[in-house]
Write a protein that binds this ligand. Structure first.
Ligand SMILES: NC(=O)c1ccc[n+]([C@@H]2O[C@H](COP(=O)([O-])OP(=O)(O)OC[C@H]3O[C@@H](n4cnc5c(N)ncnc54)[C@H](O)[C@@H]3O)[C@@H](O)[C@H]2O)c1
Length: 381
């Protein structure tokens, strides 16, 4: 992770986070460990919690010396992190911000960052009700995050999780992607690249039209249910694949979720429709017997790229966590000046992350000439 490393080296010299207590709710992976080390190099004390019971890598937790284990209920760690009287929060899903918000924001608190779409949806709902009592930087909406994390990271790692769990051949299969947002676009792109026929299901006409113009087939879910071999939900919404769809699926259909919460596939409805208990035919692959068909559910409907693979590749998390580190530095420098509310990541942070990444790749780019700068900043032609 060369970008985080370069930030860590600068932090070690400048210690911009001296004495800052950071509570972080992040998947406990090697990449997170690198972010923790960078923050510590900047002078911060970090209290780590995990947002998902299946994403913790035990060896990483052990190396960091934190009391977190795979399979553990995340609630305990989140309460501990909220109680640690943090000055800043890094969150993934909104649980930690919500917990701290309910408990009362500690004195000297500078702000939080939120890593995911679903977390921002929740925190904006809290803000609309006038109950959000801290500033939150919408990291997930930063340009670098959208492109690298959501499109390329989730796109590749979702298919990686499905392949590791099932070893199915993607070429020639019909893959149905639910949701053509930033993540859905990435999954559809990689699935097509692997030779699959890709069907997109959407509820937003603009996104559906974009998918169609990209050359994907667009269908309502009920029709797609009959066509698909592999179904991937990635909408941030609940009950996207439900009883009425399971009944129409082909024998042998595989279903997986890449959305943050395990609510996108209605697993209770699948259980209800099935005869008896599901069989675990492979680790993380459950076979449900329905009348006339078997359906395979991956990772119990939990986020498949983290449960069945290693999450995003380190190069992607390098960008996301560089953004996190610079955002925490920016909040620390801003102090308590920011008003409560969800706010955009300053463009200069995005540009700095992209600049550091290009530098790490050895890629040079041009600069505007003086004449071009004048031209672009004037109304005269
Ligand atoms: N697995 C990962 O690594 C990873 C990474 C980033 C985001 N996420 C999660 O993926 C989910 C989607 O994130 P995003 O950034 O793509 O969001 P987004 O808002 O950009 O896109 C979601 C899309 O789903 C559509 N949608 C909503 N309900 C639907 C339904 N019932 N049927 C079909 N389409 C529907 C919306 O219209 C929207 O276009 C969120 O839960 C997010 O937290 C996961």
């Amino acid at each position: 992770m060369p970008v985080v490393r370069s930030i860590r080296e600068r932090f070690a010299k400048e210690t911009p986070l001296d004495g800052l207590r950071v509570a972080a709710c992040l998947h406990v992976t090697a990449e997170t460990a690198n972010l923790v080390r960078a923050l510590e190099a900047g002078g911060a004390e970090v209290e780590l919690a995990a947002p998902n019971p299946l994403s913790t890598q035990d060896d990483v937790a052990e190396a960091l010396g934190v009391d977190l284990r795979r399979g553990q209920d995340p609630a305990e760690g989140i309460v501990r992190a909220a109680n640690s009287k943090p000055d800043a929060v890094i969150d993934d899903g909104g649980d930690l911000v919500v917990a701290l918000n309910e408990e009362g924001v500690p004195d000297g608190f500078v702000g939080a960052t939120e890593e995911t779409t679903v977390g921002l949806v929740r925190l904006r709902a809290l803000e609309r009700e006038g109950k959000l009592s801290m500033p939150v930087l919408a990291l997930n909406e930063a340009a670098t995050e959208r492109v690298f994390n959501d499109r390329y990271g989730t796109g590749q790692s979702t298919l990686d999780g499905i392949l590791r769990a099932t070893n199915v051949l993607l070429a020639g299969r019909t893959i149905v992607v639910f949701g053509y947002g930033f993540t859905g676009r990435g999954i559809a792109l990689r699935a097509r690249g692997a030779g699959a026929w890709v069907v997109v299901c959407e509820v937003d006409p603009l996104r559906a039209l974009e998918a169609r113009m990209e050359g994907y087939e667009v269908l309502p879910a009920a029709d797609a249910a009959e066509r698909g071999d592999l179904f991937i939900t990635v909408t941030g919404n609940r009950g996207v694949l439900r009883g009425e769809h399971f009944k129409r699926m082909k024998d042998g259909a595989v279903i997986a979720n890449a959305g943050h919460f395990d609510v996108e596939i209605d697993v209770a409805a699948l259980r209800k429709a099935a005869k008896g208990e599901p069989d675990e035919v492979l680790p993380l692959v459950e076979r449900y017997e329905l009348p006339g068909r078997t359906i395979h559910l991956l990772a119990a409907g939990r986020v498949v790229n983290l449960a069945a693979a290693q999450g995003h590749p380190a190069e992607v998390m390098d960008i996301s966590f560089a953004l996190q580190a610079l955002a925490i530095e920016w909040l620390a420098r801003a102090g308590e000046r920011l008003e409560p509310g969800v706010v955009a990541v300053p463009a200069e942070i995005d540009r700095e992350v992209a600049r550091l990444k290009l530098e790490s790749l050895g890629v040079g780019i041009d600069e505007l000439t003086k004449d071009q700068e004048r031209y672009l900043s004037s109304w005269l032609r």
